[in-house]
Write a protein that binds this ligand. Sequence first.
Ligand code: PRX
Length: 663
Amino acid sequence: MSDQQSSFDSVLSEDRVFPPSPDAGASLGGAWIDSMESYRDLHAKSVADPEGFWAAAAEDLDWFSHWDTVLEWNLPDARWFIGGTLNACWNCVDRHVESGHGDEVAIVWEGEPMPGGEPDVRHLTYAEVQDKVIRFAAALKGLGIGKGDIVTIYMGMVPELAIACLACARIGAPHSVIFGGFSSQAIVDRVEDADSRIVITCDGAWRRGLIVPLKDNVDEAARNTDRIEHVVVLKRCENEVQWIDGRDAWWHDLMESGDGPVECPCEPMDSEDMLFLLYTSGSTGKPKGIMHTTGGYMVYTMLTSRYTFNLRPDCDQMYWCTADVGWITGHSYIIYGVMANRVPTLMYEGAPNHPEPDRFWSIVERHKVTQFYTAPTAIRAFMKWGDEHPAKHDLSSLKLLGTVGEPINPEAWMWYHRVIGSQRCPIVDTWWQTETGGHMITPLPAVTPTVPGSCTLPFLGIDAIVCDERGNEVPPNSGGLLAIRTPWPSMLRGVYGDRQRFIDTYFSTVDGMYFAGDSARRDDRGYFWIMGRVDDVINVSGHRLGTMEVESALVSHSSVVEAAVVGMPHEIKGTGIAAFVTLDPSGEPGDELKVALREHVAKEIGAIAKPDMIRFTDALPKTRSGKIMRRLLRDIAAGAESTGDVTTLEDFSVLAKLRDDEE
Ligand code: PRX
């Protein structure tokens, strides 16, 4: 973090403030809030009277029955819109069809394969999405899946992924989406934790010209757990798959249910019924299932989508978020928040550099993308690939740029602003988390002056603070813990099956508040600057991983006795993974074993968890009480970046003694 911090400081001292761009707002159809004064006024009101503010926001959804009470807050438990019933699928799809917009485009999809040919493109209207969702929802019911049953989804980025999620929402079966880059072991862990009987998958997914064998991974998972009773398979790649009669069913067979319309009405869901589970990494143990419920999540994601991205129906917008639906960003800002606003959402299946590093810009040009939302890690990769790739394309449709997932270094921010946004698009640097459900600290386009590297100010209704452990606010420009003082509608409702972990992780560090796990500081303007995680979670390319998960994966290899994993600075990924490993006498340190260990981690977790650097060591530096001295390892890993991935058998005993009292 220190490098990043110093570059933030140098930008701050230049006082490089970018005034808001009202033109960008105007060309999108107007800004929902149009001045800093109105933001400050509305923010103050929303925090002073959250119930009044959120009740008004909730009126923009369709409710089957109105709520009686807006909020019940017994720390750490929030319940929103109590007594109200609604359906997320109805609000994203059916209500648009009912109100006469069935012919408008809901989802635009572009598949990856392209060399030599035209790109695969599909446009699905709301009416088409509705028809497919109804058919699939009915098919799920036919398989015995109903309200409250958790449905695991492990697919590539195809429209059917959104359709599967919406079908689950329709019948009240919470979905648990697993990122298609995770391994079969990750499927086993999540299926078992959620007690999920069904997995929806694809024969494969295209990624950088190759097929990721998703169905094979599910088959392997099913050999290692007895929970999986049904596997539904979408044919995407003509990839050959093994078949188990009675267990496996083709998506297309299930969708063909004879002549005539299929009936499957939207289930009225209690506002506090679970909409989905999404697993994310923490400091300890296996990834935890974050629970989001229906009413509060829909209200919050709809409002943040609208205000942060200036989403407006009927204004010729084409919104594209490049995240995978396997992450919270895809849930909130590809599917639910965006579709609730009746603005077309673009999904792209593959890699940003396939077949060439200009793929994203060719998509922007061909589909006339107006709002574009991506991660700093992608921006850094584009910078590296060179300005000539965006320069080949007309990017003038772009009106707004967004970033999410990790701190953005000012250099990357400036490049994004200059090369992609032609110095006219506002950039919204949105800070939030799986647990928060939606944007928490973010500029509002056309309103908030931005400073590269700062996510600026809290969203409406959000009472964010940088404080010490007692909850006392720290002075400007001092680092502290980032906490949220009061509840907001889309906050997590718990960790699935682990009440204590919910309390310990989020409500035990700072007295009486939600603790995010990040440190931050506020500048003299009151702007927030995220400094990074304070726990043992690392953010690799905007993907969250627990160091302990990677350590457990390494230790499960027969040659490894002990492992310690820390983050290290990485030019593109932001944070890379450094592993210090002690070996069993049978283990032969060397490049071969390094390759084997990387593959082993990929198999246990997924390719994103492969260590960038592995060092073999005789012992790990520990304090007298036996705690691994992570700070020392972080220093060593940071220093090692320039010297590259050197194999050394290190003896930390001397260093350990010197630093023994530090940790
Ligand atoms: O450390 C923060 C970082 O990502 C963490 C949340 O990760 P995850 O739950 O996977 O959600 C990512 C997508 C919302 C946070 O605790 N983070 C997220 N956005 C930003 C960020 N760090 C700095 N700036 C951001 N804009």
